[in-house]
Ligand binder design. Structure first.
Ligand SMILES: Cc1cc2nc3c(=O)[nH]c(=O)nc-3n(C[C@H](O)[C@H](O)[C@H](O)COP(=O)(O)O)c2cc1C
Length: 210
């Protein structure tokens, strides 16, 4: 119930108070929610970049089609996903799981072979469609965690992904940007969206009982 109240409270904040900063402790919690997200086969196919530097946030404005939100927010989280699957990436996470759980080496070999048979046959573009989906799961949990802390957030995909990848040199890290999440504190006086009713489809249309 508390979570639903937080989700009703949150909205896609359009104007931030640039003088209010999110504490490092709270930024860490919002990132941790994404780290704890479930992902397909547990491969954690995405990473989160935390931008707090005013200079770097300013550079995000033209990339975000002039949306000032990214400069005025306290921090901007950037969710980036693997540009493709590789055998090394698949092996690496299962090696970690094997070690952390104290399992015999090679325990997941059959499983990783099946994953490789599926993903390594696909194009990098097809792979990225799948890895990017995983980023959305973490993104949703970060938004919910921010709301629980009464920190505002704006989900954003309205930006030029290629330009952002270049700015952050993501391609050299084998990543491509998926989403931005500015976080901070709403400017109560000047945000046009704040007084507006939250609009959703009626429950009986949304959930279909079979
Ligand atoms: C994936 C995604 C991308 C979005 N991109 C933008 C964006 O680029 N700029 C923006 O102002 N809002 C953006 N939004 C906010 C949506 O318009 C907003 O979440 C939706 O209208 C519902 O309103 P609420 O979040 O206030 O409840 C995005 C939302 C999502 C989930």
């Amino acid at each position: 119930m508390a979570l639903l109240k937080d989700l009703e409270w949150r909205y896609a904040t359009k104007k931030y108070d640039p003088s209010k900063k999110v504490s490092q402790e709270d930024v860490d919690k919002i990132v941790e929610a994404a780290r704890l997200a479930p992902t397909s086969s547990g491969m954690q196919q995405f990473r989160v970049f935390v931008v707090s530097s005013p200079e770097l946030k300013e550079k995000l404005v033209p990339i975000a089609n002039g949306q000032q939100i990214v400069a005025e927010a306290s921090h901007v989280l950037i969710f980036a996903a693997w540009d493709q699957y590789t055998a090394e990436r698949i092996d690496s996470i299962f090696k970690l799981t094997t070690q952390e759980r104290g399992l015999p080496s090679g325990k997941f070999n059959d499983y990783t072979n099946r994953l490789k048979a599926v993903y390594l046959k696909q194009t990098p573009e097809e792979n990225f469609v799948h890895t990017a989906r995983q980023a959305y799961i973490g993104f949703g949990l970060s938004i919910a965690q921010a709301a629980e802390l009464k920190i505002d957030a704006t989900p954003m995909e309205g930006f030029n992904n290629q330009q952002l990848d270049e700015l952050l040199d993501l391609r050299s890290k084998g990543l491509k940007s998926v989403l931005m999440l500015p976080i901070g504190y709403r400017d109560e006086e000047n945000d046009w969206l704040l007084p507006m009713k939250k609009v959703r489809n009626p429950k009986e249309e949304f959930a279909v009982e079979l």
